[in-house]
Design a protein. Structure first.
Length: 583
């Protein structure tokens, strides 16, 4: 036993995970207690259990993992009877494409692997797990009768901590309050939030149905059902969220909004809560704002070098207006925050008017629109102009009044950044004209537009080569590339079996030059503007999207979906056509 244990210790020292002194201390403890050297290192606090598992797994040539909620499919966990799982020291985790991933204390035991394969009928993918960690989750997932209450009761309430500054004052305790505080509902809400944060979800949807409650997450722009608690828990779940969101739990007939600041997994998270009455009960949507995931570097968002240079030239102008366009959820606010980050300086007075303020940024004065007291975009913007601003960011131009004040600000020596809901850059010019802004003001104030979309990235854990359907290639002018291999994800646990993980930005940049100003001033049609842009070699959003496919970052089906335009091919939503061939 001594030889392998010493080799493990030397391996850990060589990796820089422990010092030689810590190894010698662990060997001395091993000699007196009979422990393995790895266990001794963990007991002494020299090494974390997670680091030990991954180091052992690396030496064995397998994967290592630390079990947690969200990693284990409860139905799959019970594919092996409790007694056998405890005897073999295993726990099934999830099943993907006929391959069963199983947590094992001894992943190199061939007899155990054969026995698991024969009893389940699936190929086995073993992963190493710490024995104490395994026993803990066997108790949680392999109980003789796993009820929702029993399962949720195993989740620690302390995993999610509500900020004291956001807690509501204690009032009279009603029966409903007792039901919420005295049941596993708190743990269910905590589990929903924790899993959403860990999976990178942007929104949590809690929806009533006739027989149950549906909890769905929006991950990479797509909704996925994650939890399905009983219908009887719905009212208590909604009430718990309303309590922490400082909303009126007695009001069920009108929409409400709230906000929660909390710490989940050691990360500070803001939740924007919205409730809406439906015929089956109240629906809750929570927007998850995780500042640790916020990237404020335009280059990291996927902006090409030439476009980045054009954007920086526009925003560093002493005055004028740059507008970012795109549908809801396309990342416009993140782009504006990134632009503000480039301009942020103690010598520059930056003021924003937003609804709502999504992320708080240092050295920037941020104003929250409040329609209840009459603080609209236009009214706030007028007041901001008396605050000696250098740069003004308006969350969204929604009406003529806001558009007119923003244009006047751009013409009177201020740099103005804002967003519009249009499909592309040329459409932004027409939208301002439709709002009633005179053409000569548009031409004088505008510096340019940025249009953007977000396309799902191919999951690198399951990326594979394939031949797209010939008619799909022909639809984008790539009919000559039918013999070329392209990339797509096959689907795995890492990407929730979707083939995608994360998103890539697609950007179209249009700088207003002298000829475009002339066309705007003479009220040229959108088709005339597009014709001029085509003559200059300007590249459209669809053409920029195809670059993303060429780089192997996303699939052709996905970029066509997010840059859909009139006459575009409508693809199968699964992203896979029947006659495609995986290589």
């Amino acid at each position: 036993m001594i030889g392998p244990e010493v080799r493990l210790g030397e391996h850990l020292v060589a990796k820089g995970l422990i010092t030689q002194e810590q190894l010698e201390e662990a060997l001395a403890k091993q000699a007196s207690s009979g422990q393995r050297v790895g266990e001794a290192l963990v007991d002494l606090g020299s090494l974390s259990a997670q680091a030990l598992v991954h180091s052992l797994a690396d030496r064995m040539g397998v994967k290592g993992c630390v079990l947690r909620h969200g990693l284990i499919d409860p139905k799959v966990a019970r594919m092996i009877p409790k007694e056998e799982a405890e005897h073999l020291k295993v726990l099934p985790l999830f099943l993907v494409h006929g391959e069963l991933t199983v947590a094992m204390v001894d992943p190199q035991s061939v007899p155990t692997l054969d026995r698991l394969s024969n009893s389940t009928g699936h190929a086995i993918r073993p992963v190493l797990v710490d024995e104490d960690n395994l026993i803990e989750y066997q108790r949680k997932y392999l109980a003789s009768e796993v009820t929702v209450d029993a399962f949720l009761a195993s989740i620690e309430e302390s995993d999610v901590t509500i900020s004291e500054s956001e807690a509501i004052d204690e009032g009279p305790v009603t029966d409903l309050d007792k039901m919420v505080d005295g049941s596993p509902v708190i743990n269910l809400v905590n589990l929903a939030i924790l899993t959403a944060v860990r999976d990178g979800a942007s929104d949590i949807h809690i929806e009533p149905d006739r027989g149950s409650t549906h909890i769905r997450y929006r991950i990479d722009g797509q909704l996925r059902e994650m939890l399905n608690p009983p219908k009887g828990m719905h009212a208590a779940i909604v009430s718990r969220i309303k309590v922490v969101g400082r909303m009126d739990i007695a009001e069920k007939r009108l929409p409400q909004e709230g906000r929660v600041h909390l710490v989940a997994d050691g990360r500070e998270i803001d939740l924007r809560v919205s409730s809406m009455p439906t015929v089956l009960g109240e629906k809750i949507v929570m927007r998850v704002l995780d500042k640790s995931n916020l990237s404020l570097e335009l280059s990291k968002l996927g902006v090409a070098d030439e476009d980045l240079m054009a954007i920086e030239t526009m925003i560093r102008s002493p005055y004028g207006m740059m507008l970012v366009t795109g549908p809801t959820g396309s990342g416009k606010t993140t782009t504006l925050y990134s632009a503000l980050d480039l301009l942020r300086d103690e010598a520059v007075n930056i003021v924003t008017v937003e609804d709502p303020v999504e992320y708080q940024l240092q050295q920037i004065n941020q104003i929250q629109v409040n329609s209840e007291v009459g603080l609209s975009f236009s009214r706030a913007l007028r007041s901001v102009l008396r605050q000696d601003p250098d740069v003004i960011m308006v969350g969204e131009i929604r009406d003529e009044d806001t558009a007119r004040v923003a244009v006047q600000a751009a013409l009177t020596g201020h740099m103005v950044l804002s967003t519009l809901h249009t499909n592309d850059c040329p459409g932004g010019i027409m939208r301002l004209a439709d709002m009633g802004i005179e053409s000569y003001l548009i031409g004088s104030a505008l510096l340019g537009f940025v249009a953007q979309r977000l396309a799902r990235r191919i999951c690198r854990s399951c990326a594979a080569s394939y031949y797209p359907a010939p008619e799909l290639l022909a639809s984008v002018g790539w009919g000559h590339r039918t013999n070329e291999l392209f990339q797509r994800g096959e689907g795995c646990r890492e990407c929730h079996n979707t083939g995608f993980k994360g998103r890539a930005g697609i950007y179209e940049v249009m700088v207003i030059d002298a000829e475009l100003k002339r066309l705007i001033n003479r009220r040229a049609s959108e088709s005339d503007i597009r014709l001029y842009l085509a003559e200059t070699g300007w590249r459209t959003l669809r053409e920029k999207a195809l670059d993303v496919v060429d780089r192997g970052e996303s699939t052709l089906e996905e970029v066509l979906r997010v840059t859909r335009s009139e006459g575009a091919v409508v693809c199968d939503p699964s992203g896979m056509l029947p006659d495609e061939v995986i290589v």
